[in-house]
Write a protein that binds this ligand. Structure first.
Ligand code: GDG
Length: 466
């Protein structure tokens, strides 16, 4: 039986507090397939990989030298690729030294994987941290089937071209047997990029696999969370006021400053709701070592302070801005408490919060989802109130519409969306991707040394960490 290897920047060890739907789904397929999960150990160093076994899964944890990790993770992955792939070309910080470290880290992972892979094992690589990994494995003579899933957007080809050395970077994707993306539009964008650049990607299947959630589990959590202290405390604190909620990592792709402004505009234009509608924004900090994230945090503190200072009353604060992280089941209870969800990223691969909010609602009195047109989820949740997150007035009007929406309309919209979620769950997503990886549409790749483009094998750190 072939084994499955999953590679991601971080692994979800059994019992991790924050284990979400994706971790649960990957644990499921790894257990079934005698799987191995590769990822960074969280430690700096250059020793051999450490193996840990738990929940029937073998975890291979790699230490990475600190300088390499800085260049790879805080540098190229999160200051060049992340903004580029989210259309924030104004925020791209490209540094060839950091790019070299990104390639070197991919080389370390390729060396460690090459020591383990046998026969018809399969590899499933996750996200933008590992774009060149298949090319690095091919350079080491490995012909196994390798799939890649990009969790974040894939912009149009001319945006990709704005990154220096883009051809070298993105042609590496053609070394995968299967590239999965979140939406059909993302798949079209990659195909067009390959065409425009003249990259031979005939052996690479490109397909959309929209990631889902375990909707029934979220619904159960939302009901049982009523007994949870944090949810009870939130409900008591609201008294008879209504709640709007946002839950996002503190990231500039999530459109938080625009959302805060839209809430302020809504209160300015709907004074009846001043003192009656509270907006809870949960925003745990992320990537705090990246300067753009520190700037965003300061900006949001100013915006929240300004709106609260202008509109708060002695007994009411319009925006409750919380930089803490909550476990999934508590979030499910918060979602169910809220009459309105504000999910307005400027760009998002999918956005699982939108789906979780829908799944957590009371079917007999559901809340209203306000959703950015530029989240992958908007391609599936067409019955949300879809908005342009750059249009503050449109978002404010959507809040007004949500607040006055009759129950029958809320129910009809909710049941259409919940139905979609039930038929596109996280388990089906993983199974669909792996089934496609096993039976590709295109020709089968010759083992070893296929070179599809301009990725220099030297740069991929061949043999760097033997
Ligand atoms: C990337 C892409 C794509 C748990 N506690 C907290 C919290 N969680 C969970 C949420 C949700 C997940 O984190 C956040 O997922 P999103 O999809 O909303 O966003 P990203 O983190 O940017 O994820 C995205 C996803 O990968 C999967 O492919 O959908 O487009 O960017 O499950 O329940 N989230 C927050 N606070 C908590 O306390 N913010």
């Amino acid at each position: 039986m072939s084994r499955l290897f999953v590679v991601s920047n971080r692994v979800a060890l059994p019992g991790a507090v924050q284990a979400g739907g994706l971790a649960v789904a990957l644990h499921g397929v790894l257990k079934e397939r005698r799987g191995v999960w590769f990822g960074w150990s969280g430690e700096y160093g250059d020793g051999p990989s450490r193996v840990q076994i738990g929940d029937g899964i073998r975890f291979c944890l790699l230490d990475v030298p600190e300088d390499d990790f800085e260049g790879y993770y805080h540098g190229f992955a999160n200051r060049a690729l992340w903004p580029l792939l989210h259309y924030r070309v104004d925020l791209i910080h490209f540094d060839r030294g950091e790019y070299a470290r990104y390639l070197a880290v991919n080389g370390y992972f390729a060396d460690a994987l090459a020591r383990e892979l046998r026969g018809n094992d399969e590899v499933w690589v996750h996200d933008y941290h590992f774009i060149p990994l298949a090319a690095a494995l091919r350079a080491r003579g490995l012909g196994q089937r390798i799939g890649f899933f990009l969790h974040i957007p894939l912009p149009s080809w001319d945006v990709l071209c704005m990154l220096p050395d883009h051809r070298e970077i993105f042609s590496a994707l053609a070394h995968y047997d299967l590239v999965g993306v979140q939406t059909q539009a993302d798949a079209d964008n990659l195909r067009r990029y390959f065409d425009a650049m003249g990259i031979d990607a005939r052996e690479c299947t490109i397909e959309a696999f929209p990631i889902g959630i375990d909707a029934a589990q979220v619904a159960r959590d939302a009901v049982s969370a009523s007994g949870c202290e944090a949810v009870g405390a939130l409900r008591r604190s609201l008294e008879d006021r209504r709640l709007a909620i946002g839950v996002d990592r503190l990231d500039y792709s999530k459109g938080l400053p625009e959302r805060f402004q839209a809430f302020g505009t809504y209160l300015d234009t709907h004074p009846d709701d001043v003192g009656r509608l509270t907006y809870l924004q949960i925003a745990p900090p992320s990537r705090e070592d990246v300067p753009e994230y520190r700037d965003l945090r300061e900006q949001l503190e100013r915006f929240a302070g300004h709106i609260n200072g202008r509109l708060a009353r002695p007994d009411w604060t319009p925006i409750r801005y919380v930089n803490h992280c909550y476990p999934h089941h508590v979030l499910a209870g918060f979602y169910r408490t809220a009459d309105v969800a504000l999910v307005t990223p400027l760009r998002d691969g999918m956005n699982l919060v939108a789906k979780e909010y829908v799944a957590a609602q009371d079917p007999h009195d559901p809340g209203v989802l306000i959703l950015s047109r530029f989240a992958g989820a908007a391609h599936q949740l067409e019955d949300a109130l879809l908005v342009n997150p750059h249009d503050i007035d449109e978002m404010a009007e959507a809040i007004a519409r949500a607040r006055s929406m009759p129950r029958a309309e809320r129910e009809a919209r909710w049941s259409a969306m919940y139905n979609t979620l039930r038929h596109s769950g996280i388990g089906a997503w993983a199974d669909g991707f792996l089934a496609r990886l096993q039976s590709p549409a295109g020709p089968v790749r010759e083992p070893a040394h296929g070179n599809h483009g301009a990725v220099p094998m030297r740069a991929l750190g061949e043999g760097v960490a033997s």
